[in-house]
Design a protein. Structure first.
Length: 112
């Protein structure tokens, strides 16, 4: 019985020690600032992606024959080639290279 009490007391001491070390780490490091920065960066990234997708890409639609994400190149044809959209090509089993999506992501990255 005394040995069980000793083990419980030893475990309690370890838990308190770990908790104390964790609190010391939180208090003496910039973990709160880092977490805040990650949250703010995520929100900013969403705003930039929305700017590119919802505002910039439609404006490019006036200059280009279609919107940027609709640009694709057929690598392997399906039975119903030619295609008017990448969705039609995909449903026909064609393999496409969707470079418009890539250009839109690059534009989002450059605006960040």
């Amino acid at each position: 019985m005394e040995e069980g009490f000793y083990l419980i007391q030893k475990s309690e001491t370890k838990i308190v020690s770990i908790w104390h070390s964790f609190r010391q780490f939180i208090d003496h490091s910039n973990i709160i600032e880092l977490a805040s920065g990650v949250v703010i960066a995520g929100a900013f990234s969403s705003a930039v992606c929305s700017f590119v997708t919802d505002l910039l890409t439609p404006l490019l639609g006036f200059i280009l024959p279609s919107t940027l994400p609709e640009f694709f190149l057929v690598i392997r044809n399906g039975p119903k080639f030619p295609y008017k959209s990448k969705e039609a090509a995909k449903s026909d089993g064609a393999i496409t290279w969707n470079y418009g999506n890539f250009l839109e992501v690059v534009a989002s990255f450059l605006f960040i």
